[in-house]
Design a protein around this ligand. Structure first.
Ligand SMILES: Nc1ncnc2c1ncn2[C@@H]1O[C@H](COP(=O)(O)OP(=O)(O)OP(=O)(O)O)[C@@H](O)[C@H]1O
Ligand SMILES: Nc1ccn([C@@H]2O[C@H](COP(=O)(O)O)[C@@H](O)[C@H]2O)c(=O)n1
Length: 252
């Protein structure tokens, strides 16, 4: 993957180095997005939240009255939508729906976090043609970022999107801890329902990609017993350790 990124960057004649990649996967609510974002900020890296793209695609398909189970139609939507995201600063996601429906960009940053989208998103992420197209988009966004490093987080980043990334992490926590954290964000939420939703979404997603067990060479970070700051530090420690090892290797 790093070679793919290097090729993509270098063929434009810029000669710019490919960004250092930090790949992070994990189940729903494990802290991937928030911990990755904080770690990226401290490292001076960008952050690519790949789940946000799957969520935005589900939003766009629902908005366009497309059957989410129709692989061809959902994959075609990726060819015709305009997806814009930020890798640094405040997270912001914009989707431009196909011209037949409207050319105006929609800021979906908040809408894609709605439990209604969380409940439907697995219907679009299960399609191989959708995954191939989005993975291509993720690699292009990273290659064109001109950043020194990018943290990419999702479900299949350590295994499919960036299997050669110099840092690969599986971030997990017990279902009860994940549900308690998620419920804490939603005033009045029923903890039991949040737990059931998390377990149901993981069960659907894991049919497509294994994000429960670390692949060979992937570092497991279990945050069940860690607070937020300790979780961020755990990621930074893995990155810094990989950087030290790489520096030692290059001195040999
Ligand atoms: N170690 C931690 N200690 C306490 N709270 C945490 C920790 N890690 C994450 N959180 C909190 O847990 C919640 C869920 O985290 P986050 O949204 O980053 O998870 P996620 O894995 O990206 O979830 P999803 O896959 O559903 O998008 C957030 O409120 C976050 O601040
Ligand atoms: N690499 C990825 C990332 C996400 N998904 C799917 O998107 C959903 C939302 O992701 P969050 O990280 O925001 O929870 C997730 O439930 C998966 O269906 C994916 O398949 N691959």
């Amino acid at each position: 993957m790093e070679d793919a990124v290097n090729d993509a960057v270098n063929t434009d004649g810029s000669g710019a180095a490919a960004p250092i990649l930090v790949a992070i996967d994990g189940p729903a609510g494990s802290g991937k997005s928030s911990v990755s974002r904080a770690a990226a900020e401290q490292l001076g890296f960008g952050i690519l939240d790949t789940g946000a793209a799957y969520r935005a695609l589900a939003w766009a398909a629902l908005e366009s009255d497309i059957d989410l189970d129709d692989e061809v139609l959902v994959a075609e939507l990726i060819e015709s939508w305009g997806y814009v995201t930020t890798l640094v600063g405040e997270p912001a996601i914009e989707v431009v729906l196909p011209a037949a429906i409207g050319v105006k960009g929609h800021d979906v940053t908040d809408a894609i976090r709605d439990p209604a989208i969380s409940g439907q998103v697995s219907r679009v992420s299960k399609h191989p043609a959708v995954r191939d197209r989005l993975n291509e988009m993720f690699r292009r966004i990273v290659a064109e970022s001109e950043l020194p490093g990018v943290v990419i987080e999702g479900r299949d980043i350590t295994t499919v999107v960036a299997p050669d990334a110099p840092v690969r992490i599986l971030m997990t926590a017990s279902p009860e801890v994940r549900a308690a954290r998620r419920a804490g964000e939603m005033p009045g939420a029923d903890h039991g329902q949040v737990l059931a939703d998390i377990i149901a979404r993981d069960a659907k997603d894991v049919l497509v990609v294994d994000f429960m067990n670390p692949a060979p060479g992937v570092t497991l970070i279990d945050t069940s017993e860690l607070d937020f700051g300790q979780s961020v530090q755990a990621v930074i420690d893995v990155v810094q350790s990989a950087q030290s090892t790489a520096a030692e290797e290059s001195e040999k």
